[in-house]
Design a protein around this ligand. Structure first.
Ligand SMILES: Cc1ncc(COP(=O)(O)O)c(C=O)c1O
Length: 435
């Protein structure tokens, strides 16, 4: 049994995205994780509807990943990734191009997190335009309610006020409206109305001029903002406007990639291919920090295969732990599991049962909207209620995540129908108890 810390032993750790004083007054611990379940400090097992934090797509505690990490640690723990390569880095990039990235996005830059993937993509976009002789293209367009991580680029493009208001000025950015429309309430899958919201990009372009805009970044399905599903045709329109005005389109798929929407990427699921995709989380099943940016070959060629060969790195960017051998080993083992257990297809197959279960909560007192896509769901509740519901469901053996006034869920893709029944039953019991 893990020995839990006493109150005095909890002072040193400044915990992330946590109300530290409140936590330390009333702490909650996890001690173990396996399959669909987390074990709490008091020994209770709770059903994890969030795959950790949108990341353990193959379920918790996968021995194949642990074994691969252990073997890699013994073979080569680490090596300088700047101007040296190692076999697993190349193998992983090839596997991602073959099995995950949409056709045409066949170059991969490794990072250690979603935030780093976002900042990497933004830097690629700016340098790309300089290399093209269009160095005035520096501004970005993002969306209200977006979450793009916590590094400077991601914070500048955050559409969640709380995540940006304390940090002052960041990168220059304009914001498209989010696509949550009251007339789409309780839609299943992609909502029917609202594709024309993408036309606001034309207004921003008219004001800024395309000669000043480097890229548009969107989560194709927004996660932390409350599982906001794009209206049918919306992403297609964004793609068309970006093409028309020579602006790069970046999909932030840190949540959506690796099967969560029933395909390797949301780009593939909806048939809209951006110029770059940022990923992390499900890449290693959450077991080791790692991210990856998928890029169109033309972008890579503009950096690497233009002009004379030289000894100067084409992109002065990288992390000490880019393509860390341990992370590569974990990612390769994860991709093996996704493939052998056909988890992306499995998500697609069980998604209708998930959709039916989650939407059966319509009509319960307080439920204002329900949204779903793949194995994602968001349930809007009255102000202040979501956190209380989450605390109560935890007592009943189900952990759900409050994001503002929305309960968001993204269970491991190994979920069974019986787990879905349990989640729905517990929510059905709990939501009316709280106001
Ligand atoms: C869409 C999106 N982008 C970026 C991030 C940041 O990822 P990380 O926390 O690994 O830095 C997240 C995290 O949830 C995310 O959902």
């Amino acid at each position: 049994m893990t020995q839990l810390p006493t109150a005095e032993q909890m002072d040193a750790w400044w915990m992330p995205f946590t109300a530290n004083r409140a936590f330390k007054a009333s702490p909650r611990f996890y001690t173990a994780a396996e399959g669909m379940y987390m074990t709490m400090g008091d020994g209770r097992k709770v059903l994890d509807t969030n795959a950790g934090l949108w990341c353990c797509n193959a379920g918790h505690g996968r021995k194949e990943i642990a074994d691969a990490v252990h073997a890699q640690l013994l073979e080569m723990d680490y090596g300088n990734p700047f101007s040296y390569g190692h076999a697993k880095g190349f193998e992983l990039a090839n596997r991602l191009v073959e099995d995950v990235a949409p056709k045409g996005l066949n170059r991969v830059f490794f990072t250690n997190s979603g935030s780093e993937s976002v900042d990497t993509a933004l830097k690629i976009a700016r340098q790309y335009w300089r290399l093209k002789g269009q160095g005035t293209k520096t501004a970005f367009v993002a969306r209200v309610k977006a979450y793009h991580g916590v590094n400077w680029g991601g914070v500048s493009l955050a559409g969640l006020t709380g995540n940006r208001k304390s940090f002052g000025q960041g990168l220059e950015a304009d914001f498209l409206r989010h696509t949550l429309l009251p007339e789409n309430a309780f839609s299943r899958g992609l909502p029917a109305k609202g594709a024309e919201l993408a036309d606001e990009l034309n207004d921003i372009i008219a004001m800024r001029d395309a000669s000043n805009i480097a890229a548009v970044i969107v989560e194709p399905v927004a996660g932390a903002g409350g599982v906001i599903v794009p209206p049918e045709g919306y992403l297609q329109k964004l793609r068309a406007i970006c093409d028309q005005h020579n602006i790069l389109l970046i999909f932030d798929e840190v949540i959506a990639a690796y099967g969560r929407t029933g395909a390797a990427t949301m780009a593939d699921k909806v048939g809209v291919i951006p110029d770059m995709i940022t990923t992390a989380k499900g890449l290693t099943n959450g077991a080791v920090p790692m991210g990856a940016v998928f890029c169109k070959q033309e972008i890579y060629d503009t950096f690497v295969n233009t002009g004379e060969m030289s000894a100067v790195p084409e992109f002065l960017h990288g992390y000490t732990y880019s393509a860390h051998p341990i992370a590569c080993a974990a990612a390769l083992a994860t991709l093996d599991i996704y493939k052998s257990e056909q988890l992306f297809k499995r998500c697609d197959e069980i998604a209708p049962y998930w959709e039916a279960g989650i939407h059966s909560l319509k009509g319960i007192k307080g439920v204002k909207d329900i949204r779903n896509f793949g194995l994602l769901a968001g349930i809007d509740l009255p102000p202040g209620v979501a956190g209380k519901v989450a605390a109560k469901t935890l007592d009943k053996g189900v952990t759900v995540r409050p994001a503002g006034d929305t309960i968001v869920m993204s269970p491991p893709l190994i979920i069974e129908q019986s787990h879905i029944d349990t989640i729905v039953n517990v929510l059905q019991d709990t939501i009316p108890e709280v106001d």
